[in-house]
Design a protein around this ligand. Structure first.
Ligand code: PLP
Length: 396
């Protein structure tokens, strides 16, 4: 029987009803501007303050180290451009990785066009950078190291603790260098503590943790010099001008509070579903590769290549059966290019083209996994029957 199964939680999550309830009053009767001195303003201000506290607790920060933004993309841009612009006199070299989200990659590329140097460190077949390789790319004039906490396509966890410690040691020795991590996929899924991991700047986003789209936060450790990118009022202590989006900020705070409380239970539930799915897929479908299977990865992402088929073909077939998944491929000049992240793992072109991301969330159930396992083998088999590549593939 047809059902709808949402397995694209790494793209976005549904809004938790408790988050919606926390948000709504700030769109109706509590509509004040958080900068106003009167009652309405103070009501809004206290919602923003509360959310700042809740957000800081989830990542082990202090409330005044949280800057609210419009989401992960803005947080990444503010961190990267803000640190580099704010520390020009110390250097203009950035060390980052080959598998960053376009928000980080794009900000780095723009700075490169403007005369900065960028070193992009590659990953192994497990989707992880080697900390020594990252640190050996650091130079006298490096001001920023930006390495994501968890990759958005395959979920591989990066060795941020080692990198954070090494960057801190350099700074303690007098170097002007800071460590940024894009933790948009990791926050709320695994424990992330900015002090334990020696993180100086951390990006997070509301819509990956059951809050609405269009709100996020940047953690900026006390003492980090950051050039504001949104010039305007003195909101967010001058680090991000613009009237605060009180309703969305209240929603983000609530989502963070819920995540703090429920992170272990959610991770257990999601991991159990993901594992059950992967055991089933391995049993039912030959010639597959589960990317990062043996490496440390997030509990919610399973990225699988099906040899001989296009990931898009699987996506469309599953969508017709009510199942929502994604691929990291992009359409460029009329042809489908495999995901740069999958290519960076060093897999052959055929496997890279067959990659599909299944990402689980707290609302998924065993029945969702059963339905998926009922539909997926036939979808892949039918596509393979049509594929000239699979007929000639070794072992087929
Ligand atoms: N960074 C990573 C790793 C992401 O996965 C995403 C969203 O998919 C972003 C940044 C961008 O976040 P937002 O959609 O809130 O702008």
């Amino acid at each position: 029987m047809f059902r709808r199964v949402y397995l694209d939680n790494a793209a976005t999550t549904p809004v938790d009803n408790r988050v919606l309830e926390a948000l709504l009053p700030y769109l109706t009767e509590k509509f004040g501007n958080a900068s106003s001195i009167h009652y309405y303003g103070q009501e809004a201000r206290s919602a923003v303050d509360r959310a700042r506290h809740e957000t800081s607790l989830l990542i082990g920060a202090r409330p005044n180290e949280i800057v609210f933004t419009s989401g992960g993309t803005e947080s990444d841009n503010l961190a990267i451009r803000g640190v580099v612009e704010g520390n020009r006199r110390h250097g203009s070299h950035i060390v980052t990785t080959a598998i960053e989200h376009p928000a980080v990659a794009g900000a780095c590329a723009r700075l490169e066009e403007a005369g900065c140097d960028v070193t992009r460190v590659g990953v192994g077949s497990d989707g992880r950078v080697v900390p020594e390789q990252v640190m050996s790319a650091v130079r006298e004039d490096t001001v920023l190291v930006s390495v994501m906490t968890a990759n958005n396509e395959i979920g591989s966890l990066q060795p941020v603790a080692d990198i954070g410690r090494a960057v801190k040691e350099l700074r303690d020795a007098g170097n002007k260098i800071w460590f940024h991590t894009d933790a948009v996929q990791a926050v709320g899924k695994i424990a992330v503590d900015v002090d334990e991991l020696d993180i100086d700047l951390l990006s997070m986003s509301g819509h990956k943790i059951y809050a609405p789209k269009g709100v996020g936060a940047l953690f900026v450790r006390k003492g980090v010099r950051l050039a504001s990118q949104n010039l305007g009022g003195h909101q967010e202590r001058g680090r991000r001008g613009g009237t605060e989006n009180v309703a969305l900020i209240a929603a983000l705070g609530t989502a963070c509070r819920l995540a703090s409380k429920e992170i272990d239970a959610n991770a257990d539930h999601i991991l159990r579903l993901r594992d059950r799915f992967e055991v089933g897929v391995r049993k039912l479908i030959p010639e597959i590769a589960i990317h990062g299977f043996d490496s440390e990865r997030l509990p919610n992402i399973s990225n699988i290549s099906f040899r001989g088929v296009e990931g898009e073909g699987v996506l469309i077939n599953l969508d017709m059966s009510g199942i929502a998944v994604s691929t990291g491929s992009a359409c460029s000049s009329g042809s489908i290019e495999p995901s740069p992240v999958i290519v960076a793992l060093g897999v052959d072109d055929d496997l890279a083209r067959g990659a599909v991301r299944f990402s689980f969330g707290k609302y998924n159930t065993d029945a969702d996994v059963d339905y998926l396992l009922g539909v997926l083998p036939a979808a892949v088999e039918n596509l393979r029957k049509l594929s000239p590549r699979f007929r000639t593939a070794p072992g087929s």
